[in-house]
Design a protein around this ligand. Structure first.
Ligand code: F6P
Length: 346
């Protein structure tokens, strides 16, 4: 069997671990694997890359993706889907493993409906993909953000400052919540709950009235202010221009927030944007294991002919869920976990 594999959307640590697992398991089935470069672009404008055991040797611990990624959306072009299906046939492929988040797997779901034999693997540092308890990449991002918060703690304390730490999380505040809990944040702000500036400042003032001289605020990039003049429910953007899936480029809420906090509380405030550091470098052991399990399971799905589904983690087991279900909505932060974070606010 000849199997194509592609990685789409934002990269994340663990992609190479999945590719390695898919190739090794396919080898055991005497199947061949080719990498389609740069996400769905690899089916629109193919320049495939043969992947054998030798090619994937030594990549388990390496961040990024050896086959490249992009935010290409074949459905942007009215003839795009047909072109992708045609190229799939021309390449002599019999199955495709698509590794991605809501956008990449949304395309996979639509192409499956048009006849593409595809299996999905859930990837995103944001952990907002429905149908799976965890995506790989998330644990690494949380570890990096937690380490950053630990470091920010010491400088915040030395200078008696409020520090606002901005983490990734476009639609969901999973990284903010987990890294905030792990790093002992005093306030955590997420896209799921509009920011009440009065409440944030009250929490900081309360903490400082208890004798603390510094505070750590963790904010997800996609969080929005509620009912504040000039800030009503608006996302803070770096650029208005949208990508092929209609997403604007977020970033900068920590700057706006830190100014507002300093003005109201009169505490010296600084901000830091962690940005793509959260997506780079080596995956944690947890993500290497999860990515490997997904890769092996998805390859088994391919050889069973179980297409139109995504490998998913439910509890401690890997299972298969329909792509249509996984991409039907986003998985927002569990309010029970956020409630635990809130116990430590202020
Ligand atoms: O992949 C998800 C994500 O990391 C989001 O958290 C973030 O908003 C976005 O990607 C950034 O995308 P880009 O790499 O295109 O700047």
């Amino acid at each position: 069997m000849k199997i194509g594999v592609l990685t789409g959307g934002g990269d994340c640590p663990g992609l190479n671990a999945v590719i390695r697992a898919v190739v090794r398991k396919s080898d055991a089935h005497s199947s061949r694997v080719v990498g389609l470069r740069n996400g769905w672009k690899g089916l629109m404008d193919p320049s495939p890359m043969d992947l054998d055991s030798r090619m994937v040797s030594g990549i388990l611990h390496i961040g990024g993706t050896i086959i490249g990624t992009s935010r290409t959306n074949p459905f942007k072009d009215p003839a795009g889907a047909e072109k992708a299906l045609k190229n799939f046939k021309l390449l002599g492929l019999e199955a495709l493993v698509a590794i991605g988040g809501e956008d990449t797997l949304g395309v996979a779901a639509k192409l499956y409906d048009k006849g593409l034999p595809v299996v999905g693997i859930p990837k995103t540092i944001d952990n907002d993909l429905y149908g799976t308890d965890f995506t790989f990449g998330f644990d690494t991002a949380v570890s990096i953000a937690t380490d950053a918060i630990d470091r920010i703690h010491t400088t915040a304390e030395s200078h008696n400052r409020v520090m606002v730490v901005e983490v990734m999380g476009r639609h969901a505040g999973w990284i903010a919540t987990y890294a905030g809990i792990a790093g002992g944040a005093d306030v955590i702000l997420i896209p799921e709950i509009p920011i009440d500036l009065d409440e944030v400042c009250d929490l900081i003032l309360r903490r400082h009235s208890r004798g603390k001289s510094f505070s750590i605020v963790v904010v997800a990039e996609g969080a929005q202010f509620a009912e504040k003049p000039g800030m009503n429910g608006e996302l803070i953007l770096q650029e208005m221009q949208k990508d092929e899936f209609g997403h604007v480029r977020l970033g900068g809420i920590s700057q706006v927030l830190s100014k507002a906090i300093e003005k109201r509380t009169r505490f010296e405030t600084r901000y830091v944007v962690l940005g793509h550091i959260q997506r780079g470098g080596s995956p944690t052991a947890h993500d290497r294991v999860l990515a490997t399990r997904y890769g092996i399971y998805a390859t088994e799905m391919v050889h069973r002919g179980e297409f139109g589904k995504m490998a998913a983690l439910q509890g401690s087991r890997i299972t298969a869920v329909p792509l249509s279900e996984a991409t039907s909505k986003l998985k927002t932060v569990d309010m029970e976990i956020y409630g635990i974070a809130k116990e430590f606010f202020g």
